[in-house]
Write a protein that binds this ligand. Structure first.
Ligand SMILES: C[S@@+](CC[C@H](N)C(=O)[O-])C[C@H]1O[C@@H](n2cnc3c(N)ncnc32)[C@H](O)[C@@H]1O
Length: 138
């Protein structure tokens, strides 16, 4: 069986479904100052987030790493701040990175040590940045 990992189906039954808006890159007045300036509602099919190119700054050494922007969006839709997110196949830790930068708690499970180490580094770096920003407030 071949699984196309670049397509997701999100099924929400009960629980949380936050309606979020996305910004449209357009200079048209309705988008810059008109009734669409806060963005547009998401449609059922998302075509605005491409797969990560191999030379992306975000790219680490994981073959099926997802774009942070995609996982950020899913986290925002399906959870609220303070919620606990479990990713039991966490790979390079993109879900963890999205979770902690968006104020959620995170538990990740990864069987490959190499990818586990990448996750720890990515999430650790983000936490360091968050904590340094918090310290700068005082
Ligand atoms: C599709 S990748 C996840 C990619 C991730 N979303 C990212 O952005 O990097 C799935 C990961 O699950 C791990 N995995 C597969 N079976 C597992 C298991 N039984 N327990 C823990 N991790 C597992 C694989 O090693 C792989 O890194």
């Amino acid at each position: 069986m071949q699984v196309d990992i670049n397509h997701f189906l999100i099924i929400v039954r009960g629980g949380i479904f936050n309606n979020i808006k996305i910004q449209v890159e357009s200079k048209r007045k309705e988008y810059t100052e008109g009734f669409l300036k806060d963005g547009i509602s998401l449609s059922d099919v998302w075509t605005d987030i491409p797969a990560l190119p191999h030379n992306s700054k975000e790219k680490v050494n994981h073959p099926t790493q997802k774009p942070l922007k995609l996982i950020d969006r899913i986290v925002k839709i399906g959870t609220n701040e303070g919620d606990l997110i479990l990713d039991n196949v966490c790979g390079s830790g993109t879900t963890g990175l999205a979770s902690i930068t968006l104020g959620r708690k995170f538990i990740g499970i990864e069987k490959e040590k190499e990818y586990y180490d990448i996750s720890i580094k990515r999430i650790g770096d983000a936490l360091t940045q968050i904590n340094s920003k918090a310290t700068q407030l005082f």
